[in-house]
Design a binder for this molecule. Structure first.
Ligand code: ARG
Length: 452
């Protein structure tokens, strides 16, 4: 029996029922749905719309439905369409006609909006925890291996020598901002739409602030039509997830690169790797590759959410039912990927492969130029001298290790013996003490900031 039986003579086609049900997706919000209904029942009693006895019957019934859903002993069929009808139908079965009073002064339109906001609040706090775990994993890795020399790249070409810690800090800051973005979104999520009704409000003397408070919301969505029609908070969270996935995907890509013999910088933990069914030597960075791949899915979710809403007239339209599949996927994927990424950083090992490789490397060319700047030469001229030294070495099939003081002085009389101290990659990194530079003291300062 559908809730609109009074108006309809026949039921929906079986295909329509299967096509339009959302139970398969929104049953995941049954805890939120029941929490919202309990708050609504208490509020109805507080303004005299149901009696104290009726309230208690409703509350006890809702608890029973929740227990059955938790235990899996109540399995609503798709003819009930969605979680709201599933809960209400079972409630009426359990407590009788008084169960029908629960829907006073509310609609599924404000109910679904309420459930999603409650669900989001819970997931945002889980994401926050996972993201802070990832930042911690990065900081721990910096503390154990951060003082490993690596090339800093631009265009994936060697640029300047840096500490690994400097590189990983860039990611730690990105994840810190991902957390901030979600906390910021939470401010807009954390408002109760309940009591908006279908879109026009209700003639009953309800107390929306009371139900909001009972559900733990910080405030109300002020306009009833906005309350049921808006999905920008859903899009905002999905956008924050998409951006977070971009960061995870960049880390994943670097882990994939770094774990190749060509880079050889890291060895992935076994727990996050797989072997090959044919090539016995393989240790593939599958977890990282999956994170990179799943980022694409989350972008798809965001695109779906933006596109789904853009042409909708106010207020509720059934199109909006499609929002949960995309939202749930975006949030679950981001949550799992964040946790997996933290696990990867914790379990890998770092090898010092670059201290040798970078001796005399052309990535020290900026050092030569900076040395000459210290001797009073304008940077543009110093850049030219250094460039011609690169060419001189290259023409002879070697690197800066070929340079003698005599050769250096042929290119600029400003060179002295002292310059050889500048041609050491580790000291080159350590000289960069400017705010945010790669010098270890700066790495330590930022680690402390991020831990604080
Ligand atoms: N199943 C619907 C959804 O998830 C609930 C709201 C239905 N409202 C309506 N007017 N048909 O969006």
């Amino acid at each position: 029996m559908a809730l609109w039986d009074g108006r309809f003579e026949g039921g929906p086609a079986a295909e329509m029922q299967a096509y339009s049900e959302s139970l398969g997706v929104d049953l995941r919000m049954f805890e939120e749905d029941i929490l919202g209904s309990q708050a609504h029942a208490r509020m109805l009693a507080s303004v005299g719309l149901v009696s104290g006895l009726e309230r208690d019957q409703l509350l006890a019934g809702l608890e029973a439905v929740r227990d059955e859903l938790r235990a899996g002993t109540y399995r609503p069929g798709i003819e009930l369409e969605d979680v709201h009808m599933a809960v209400e139908t079972r409630l009426i079965e359990l407590v009788g006609p008084v169960g029908g009073k629960l829907h006073t002064a509310r609609s599924r339109n404000d109910q679904v909006a309420t459930d999603v906001r409650l669900w989001l609040k819970g997931r945002i706090s889980e994401l926050d925890l996972a993201q802070s775990g990832l930042v911690e994993a990065l900081l721990d890795r910096i503390e154990s291996d951060g003082r490993t020399l690596i090339p800093g790249f631009t265009h994936l070409q060697r640029g300047q020598p840096i500490w690994l810690g400097h590189h990983l800090l860039a990611y730690a800051w990105m994840v810190r901002r991902d957390r901030e973005r979600l906390r910021d979104a939470l401010v807009r999520v954390d408002r109760s739409p309940l009591g908006a009704g279908a879109m026009a409000g209700t003639p009953h003397p309800i107390d929306r602030a009371r139900s909001a408070e009972l559900m733990g919301f910080s405030g109300l969505v002020d306009n009833a039509m906005d309350a049921v029609a808006a999905r920008d908070h859903v899009q905002e969270v999905a956008a924050a997830c998409a951006i977070a996935m971009t960061h995870l995907s960049r880390m994943a890509e670097e882990l994939v690169l770094w774990s190749t013999p060509e880079f050889g910088l890291v060895r992935m933990g076994e727990a996050w790797s797989t072997g090959s069914s044919i090539m016995p030597q393989k240790r593939n960075p599958d977890a990282a590759e999956l994170v990179r791949g799943k980022a694409g899915r989350v972008y798809g979710d965001l695109t779906a959410l933006l596109t789904m809403v853009k042409g909708l007239p106010l207020a509720y339209n059934r199109d909006l039912q499609e929002d949960r599949e995309a939202l749930f996927d975006a949030v679950h994927t981001t949550l799992a990927s964040t946790r997996v990424m933290a696990g990867m950083w914790r379990d890998l090992s770092v090898r010092d492969v670059y201290t040798q490789r970078l001796q005399g490397d052309f990535l020290l060319a900026t050092e030569l130029a900076d040395y000459l700047v210290g001797q009073g030469l304008p940077f543009r001229d110093a850049h030219h001298v250094s460039g011609s030294l690169v060419k001189w070495c290259e023409d002879r099939g070697g690197n800066f290790s070929l340079l003698t003081l005599e050769v250096l002085r042929q290119h600029s009389p400003l060179f002295t013996e002292e310059v050889f101290g500048w041609l050491d990659p580790a000291s080159a990194a350590e000289r960069r003490t400017s705010h945010g530079g790669t010098a270890w003291c700066e790495v330590e300062r930022q680690v402390a900031l991020l831990r604080g």
